[in-house]
Design a binder for this molecule. Structure first.
Ligand code: ZN
Length: 325
């Protein structure tokens, strides 16, 4: 056991060294004072160290933050470039595609409506990078919305194109007898003396002269509405309903009929052959175009492709599987 050292103090009044009485109170007070001093000194040193030197971990984090901020800025710039590209696409959509198909343009105010709610970006607040993160998030939101609108617009355009494509295919524009097989046009649309009855009568179609058995093709897509086999008038005849603009086509005086009532036919499909049935003097095809059941001049609608184009079209109808819709 160690002895507590006896301490002395010089008394200037008595001129003697006097024993100092040991006091726990004084001992702890001193201990406390010294501790405070050394702790403060240590703390100051530590703060100085932190200010002057960074820990390797801190250095890494600082570099990481710089890297993130720089790249976020770059990403933000790229988003801005893409956004202006999207604006060009939107402009073309409005003024080229939608206008072509007679669709209303989508106003810029709708396309650029932005995403509502100011609280939406509150979660990003309170950091040094708040502004840049907010900006990126906002740009991405706007970009997504614009893309969605554009996507919807294209879907509508595609549906419209398909609809118009079907209308185009349905128009009865093909000359029903192959250009190489047509001898001549025997009679045009209009008033003329009837070859058998001898009186001036309205001729509701055109007569296409060709030998008996010459193929007769559908002039446009449609549904066979009438198949009639009679000894008078039109003789053996077919009416195709094209389903657009009230258009129908009639093929009369046929020798044979290759289709049934209710059958769907494609433009260029073989539907019968030239004959001289009904009220007819010689083999020919009497061809009519009806609009809302009234005859019009078929030449108004007829397109005559050149022989090779005609051949190609006829060949295409030989493959019933070939369809794009
Ligand atoms: Zn006729």
């Amino acid at each position: 056991m160690t002895k507590i050292k006896t301490k002395y103090k010089f008394n200037s009044e008595t001129l003697q060294y006097e024993k100092i009485k040991f006091s726990f109170k004084k001992f702890f007070l001193k201990l406390f004072q010294r501790s405070v001093v050394s702790f403060s000194f240590g703390a100051i040193l530590m703060v100085l160290y932190i200010i002057i030197y960074e820990s390797p971990e801190e250095k890494l984090l600082r570099a990481e933050v710089k890297f993130l901020q720089e790249n976020l800025n770059k990403i933000n710039q790229r988003l801005k470039v893409n956004d202006s590209l999207l604006n060009v696409i939107a402009k073309n959509d409005n003024y080229i595609y939608r206008t072509t198909f007679e669709l209303d343009t989508i106003p810029t105010s709708v396309r650029n409506a932005g995403v509502g709610g100011s609280n939406r970006y509150k979660i990003y607040e309170g950091y040094n990078s708040t502004e840049i993160i907010k900006d990126v998030a906002k740009q991405l939101d706007e970009f997504e919305l614009k893309l969605k609108i554009q996507d919807e617009s294209y879907k509508i355009l595609l549906a419209e194109m398909k609809k118009r494509g079907n209308i185009y295919k349905s128009l009865p524009v093909l000359q029903p007898i192959h250009v190489n097989e047509l001898t001549r046009i025997g009679s045009f649309y209009g008033y003329r003396p009837h070859p058998i009855l001898g009186v001036i009568q309205m001729h509701h179609g055109i007569d296409m002269v060709a030998p008996t058995g010459t193929p007769v093709y559908a002039s446009g897509d449609g549904v066979v509405e009438l198949v009639e086999k009679i000894r008078t008038g039109y003789g053996n005849n077919i009416v195709i309903n094209h389903g657009v603009n009230g258009l129908k086509s009639r093929y009369a005086h046929l020798h044979t009929i290759n289709v049934k009532k209710g059958q769907k036919v494609k433009r260029g499909e073989l539907i019968g052959t030239v004959g001289s049935t009904g009220l007819s003097t010689a083999p020919h095809l009497h061809y009519e175009i009806l609009v809302n059941n009234s005859s019009v001049n078929p030449l108004r609608y007829m397109l005559v492709p050149n022989p090779s184009e005609y051949e190609q079209l006829i060949n295409e109808t030989q493959y019933p599987g070939k369809s794009f819709d």
